[in-house]
Design a protein around this ligand. Structure first.
Ligand code: F0G
Length: 490
């Protein structure tokens, strides 16, 4: 089917197209993000969304059974970038739950039946990231990638590590030192990924891993962050499953926490396509919720009025904000470590999604996040702090009367409660278990499968060395980089 799909620059003034087989994380002509586009007229399409229901009962170990079992690939006609079904890498992701949360609705002052919680923490690695990884690993397999890498606040690394191990590829994850919760760190180590703890935060890690993927081709890295447009194709399925659980009737609102802004971007693309295909009549409104300690999108969208403007958004607005952050030596900080990101790479796509879905953006404090996390646990199945930012955002939007108590609302709970038990224990006891564990006595690990994290300073030279490469390959970079990221220190 690859001749019926291509990659395309999202900047309408450029709109350059590339083949599906190209491995790209930005448009080589203008540097903008890329989309996957389909030639829908030449593809087999269902007449209505109800078509997908016939797959609910299929099971089995054959390709068809595994694809129908997946909550992502049972919608494969809506993401047909693969060559054949045999290309698809699936581990049974996306079998998640939309819970009618009447008890929580009552607590929030909403009518019964109006609040639904979409539990993406029920994915195999415990977060929504598996929806995107299955798609990106499918592309990685199609192009023969052997080594995959990402920067992460924890969940992407856990998901990448799990898929890499099962797809028999080498996984490398870049995480900020002390920045990710133990639940997520333990997953990356356990699944066997090379875990590089870079001195710095997520933004520094992402910058480095992009630089490595683009400028140091000798290392053969395939980049798995959400700048990879295939990731977002898989994440569209979260919206399909919400629709499916609501008998194909869109809710009034979808609320999602915003970090690197891949998820909300995928939701916007899902609805733009469903509309184009005539498969939905109504589009829900979108609310993206930042943590106050990492509020770039809210600052740009709500305070500085930055809008997609048909792709002609004013780039100087984010540039000024980022320059001011640099000047003030600002680093984001929030208990919702998953969304502790100040330079979201999917910003343009998020602006587009907000335009497609008539969206709003808000920010919530750490106290509000913790309070609503505890409420989801008390009256639901629990979630990690970042996920609760969405529910705290709902409270704010109800208070502001932007959302009325009888509108139907779906909050996307992005990660499992057990991803970050420290946050929970701290909330209930006041004890910061992470700090306690830092001074606890250590024993030498002796197990057969021990996979220690590697501490690395934030320099290209040290990172290449830690990945088993030869830093000599960096000398040619002094003449300029393809990534456009200036090489600062070596
Ligand atoms: N919620 C959770 C639990 C997350 O892990 C993330 C992102 C988000 C929300 C925000 O989603 O980036 O698409 O806006 N986690 C990434 C990671 C950054 O590395 O695991 P987004």
């Amino acid at each position: 089917m690859t001749d019926r799909a291509h990659q395309q620059c999202i900047n309408p003034a450029c709109a350059a197209t590339y083949a599906i087989q190209d491995v790209l994380v930005a448009c080589p002509k203008c540097g903008s993000l890329l989309d996957i586009k389909y030639d829908w007229d030449r593809l087999p399409l269902p007449k209505s969304l109800g078509f997908f229901e016939h797959r609910w009962s299929t099971k089995g170990s054959g390709v068809q059974g595994m694809l129908d079992f997946s909550g992502v690939w049972r919608f494969r006609e809506l993401m047909p970038f693969f060559r054949t079904e045999a290309d698809i890498v699936t581990i049974g992701e996306g079998r998640t739950n939309l819970q009618r949360a009447d008890l929580l609705a009552t607590q929030m002052g909403m009518k019964p039946g109006r609040l639904m919680l979409q539990y993406e923490g029920l994915n195999p690695s415990g977060s929504f990231k598996d929806n995107g990884m299955t798609a990106a690993f499918t592309h990685a397999k199609m192009v023969g990638a052997k080594k995959v890498a990402c920067a992460s606040t924890g969940n992407t690394s856990a998901s990448l590590a799990m898929f890499a191990s099962l797809a028999e590829m080498d996984g490398v994850v870049f995480i900020g030192t002390g920045k990710i919760s133990f639940g997520k760190l333990s997953q990356a180590l356990d699944y066997g990924a090379l875990t590089l703890q870079i001195e710095g935060d997520f933004d520094a890690c992402l910058r480095r891993v992009r630089q490595i993927a683009v400028d140091v081709p000798q290392l053969g890295i395939y980049l798995m962050n959400s700048v990879n447009p295939f990731r977002l194709e898989g994440q569209k399925s979260i919206m399909y499953r919400v629709l499916e659980a609501m008998d194909w009737q869109p809710p009034d609102w979808v609320i999602v926490p915003g970090g690197n802004l891949g998820n909300c971007s995928a939701f916007g693309k899902a609805y733009a396509e469903l509309r184009e295909l005539g498969l939905v009549k109504k589009t829900p409104r979108l609310a993206v919720i930042n943590a106050s300690g990492a509020n770039t999108l809210n600052e740009l969208y709500s305070r500085r009025n930055l809008r997609w403007n048909d792709g002609k958004y004013d780039k100087t607005v984010p540039q000024k904000l980022f320059a001011a952050m640099d000047e003030a030596n600002y680093y984001p900080h929030t208990i919702a470590s998953a969304i502790e990101i100040s330079r979201p790479v999917n910003l343009p796509k998020a602006l587009r999604a907000l335009s497609t879905m008539n969206g709003v953006v808000r920010e919530v404090s750490d106290d509000e996040i913790q309070e609503h996390r505890a409420m989801v646990a008390r009256w639901g199945f629990g979630c990690e702090p970042a996920s609760a930012a969405g529910v705290a955002g709902l409270r704010k939007l109800l208070d502001e009367k932007v959302i009325s108590p009888d509108e139907s609302v779906v909050c996307i709970l992005t990660g499992h409660e057990l991803k970050d038990p420290n946050a929970t224990v701290q909330y209930h006891t006041g004890i910061d278990m992470k700090a306690v564990q830092d001074v606890a006595p250590r024993t030498e690990p002796r197990g057969k499968y021990v996979n220690r994290p590697v501490q690395v300073e934030d320099s290209l030279d040290a990172i290449v060395r830690a990945m088993g490469g030869d830093p000599a390959v960096l000398t040619e970079l002094k003449h300029g980089t393809r990534s456009g990221i200036p090489v600062r220190e070596f």
